[in-house]
Design a binder for this molecule. Structure first.
Ligand code: G4P
Length: 529
């Protein structure tokens, strides 16, 4: 930990580590591709395909993803832009994997919320936004597909504020939309960028101010008057840009553009890398770490087994929080107290991977995992502190699981153990029937992925029988012997870390339990337990 007497060591290069959150089809893959193009990480547009055309998008590596056309796993994409290291954490778009998204967001310093101008705030946007809010990280908004007819911009802002409960500050303003889309006006520097029909060319006009005659000429009188009116309205009635409110996640800067036409993306990226936070301090059980601390620390936020069927390996993804990471360094694995040598750190680009020699706070490294790591584990070079544990969320679906063939018993248990450690599924046990395993998932699709992976990766086919519960609560009892619950409708179990959990069919039975057991505390997540 950094003390005042220690010399402060600058983090060598600036990092911006963020995740893009959106409803499926809003254009996340397309936007990511354009960002990668600016960073020179890919050479041509179309390297990452749209959903229909996508066979093996860079971040889709699992067979099931290819079959279903969804993105299940999170990847990290890294590139250098204007001397800054940009780390994009890809999050699964499907709502059934929102727990994975939460874990990924713990490794991010900010989020980009992508909204389809025609659809506005969609259900998955709301769910992911709530996860960002729990983390209190800054959220930048990009409203996409302006080349198509969409909702009026003022209505979109009003929707963001009403549905998500966050104030908004448009940094640029669109002129027209769809067939009449003429470009965007940047409020900060009164610059006009003309949109020329998906040509990927931007004509930029530094107007000086909105009254500039060159702007009037470029837009024509009617559009210019309308722009002036709308911008005046924003100046008077809108929220001004406020860095502190953005930093605390209470105000979102909003940008308009078209990812597919690569329009407005560069302007967005240039402002984003100025405004988005660099890696900050992180809470531990012994105070806070500072990214400038000289000694290395980080935590595991994701474990992915069998990423590459040719290797059948397991990789733990670590977010670096302080110090400098060097290949071959020895660090303490705090949960077990073991010293471990980090010999083969890797960086990922979709299916590609390369060995890296050093990394800095904000970076994500992949470590070969011999079965040592669990989600939330801390690694540190000096001392033995722990970052805040990553919570489990209440599953919404439950099923009893059994192996089809008893000959595959060993594989079955190995699979369950590994997939639980990965956070792909939650497992619960009844106290007197420890052989009976119950699974919990936030979304039904998680069960399907689980069953598929058990068969494909561990060779164990499973039977899943749905159970009638829809929520779980982590319980703190004042007196466990006095605990009253209805044994016909509820089930008392232990989670994977031996914490007490009660499974319930509905909110009604929760209320009943609260009334019957004064002093009991029922937690929606395992945070802090
Ligand atoms: P996702 O990762 O968020 O799910 O979305 P993705 O980028 O795959 O984009 C979803 C669809 O929206 C794609 O069309 C893509 O081309 C289109 N799209 C993305 N950005 C824009 C934009 O700025 N304007 C317009 N008009 N469309 C956009 P598709 O038909 O599913 O695929 P494809 O036929 O383009 O390959």
């Amino acid at each position: 930990m950094l003390t005042d007497s220690q010399p402060k060591q600058e983090t060598r290069q600036v990092r911006r580590t963020f995740a893009i959150i959106s409803h499926p089809d809003a254009g996340k893959t397309t936007l990511t591709e354009k960002l990668l193009l600016f960073g020179g990480a890919i050479r041509e547009a179309g390297a990452v395909k749209g959903k229909k055309a996508r066979r093996h998008a860079t971040s889709d590596w699992m067979e099931i993803e290819k079959q279903r056309g969804i993105s299940v796993t999170s990847t990290v994409l890294q590139f250098v832009y204007r001397n800054q290291h940009i780390n994009i954490l890809d999050t699964p778009g499907h709502e059934d994997f929102s727990e994975d998204t939460f874990r990924t967001l713990t490794a991010a310093d900010s989020a980009v919320m992508l909204i389809d101008a025609a659809k506005g705030v969609e259900p998955q946007t709301i769910k992911l936004f709530e996860v960002c809010r729990m983390r209190g990280i800054p959220i930048f908004t990009f409203i996409n597909k302006l080349d198509r007819e969409g909702k009026p911009p003022l209505e979109l802002l009003e929707e963001i504020e009403r549905v998500l409960g966050i104030r908004s500050c448009p940094m640029n303003w669109p002129i027209g939309m769809g067939g009449d889309f003429r470009g965007i006006y940047n409020r900060m520097d009164a610059r006009f960028e003309r949109y020329i029909d998906r040509s990927e060319e931007t004509v930029s006009l530094a107007a000086g101010d909105i009254e500039d005659s060159r702007l009037r000429e470029a837009l024509g009188l009617t559009l210019h008057e309308r722009l002036k009116e709308e911008v005046m309205l924003l100046d008077i009635a809108g929220d001004p840009f406020d860095e502190d409110l953005v930093a605390s996640g209470r105000l979102t800067p909003v940008y308009f553009g078209s990812a597919i036409a690569n329009f407005g993306v560069e302007t967005f990226l240039n402002q984003f890398i100025e405004l988005a936070p660099t890696p900050g301090r992180r809470k531990t059980d012994q105070g806070e770490t500072d990214p400038r601390d000289p000694s290395f620390s980080g935590f595991v936020f994701k474990i992915q087994a069998n990423m590459n069927p040719a290797h059948r390996d397991r990789v733990a993804f670590v977010r670096i929080c302080s110090g400098r990471f060097e290949r071959g360094m020895n660090v303490t694995h705090v949960r077990t107290g073991k010293r471990v040598n980090l010999a083969q750190p890797q960086q990922f680009f979709g299916q590609g991977r390369e060995i890296i020699d050093e990394a800095y706070p904000g970076d994500i490294i992949g470590l070969f995992d011999p079965g040592l790591f669990r989600i939330g584990d801390t690694l540190c070079e000096e001392g033995a502190f722990s970052f805040e544990p990553l919570p489990l969320f209440s599953p919404e679906h439950f099923a009893r699981v059994a192996v089809k063939s008893t000959l595959k018993y060993k594989q079955f248990h190995k699979g369950i153990e590994q997939l639980t450690q990965e956070g792909a599924i939650q497992v619960f046990r009844q106290v007197n029937r420890t052989e009976d395993l119950l699974l919990g998932a936030v979304g039904q699709l998680q069960f399907e992925v689980f069953a598929y992976r058990m068969k494909a990766e561990y060779g164990a086919e499973v039977d899943l029988s749905p159970m009638p519960y829809s929520l779980a609560r982590w319980v703190e009892f004042p007196d466990m012997n006095a605990f009253q619950y209805d044994r016909y409708t509820n089930l008392l179990v232990k989670d994977q870390d031996e914490r007490w959990v009660i499974l319930c069919p509905n909110e009604f039975s929760l209320r009943w339990m609260n009334e019957k057991n004064p002093g009991i505390v029922l937690h929606k997540t395992s945070a802090g337990l």
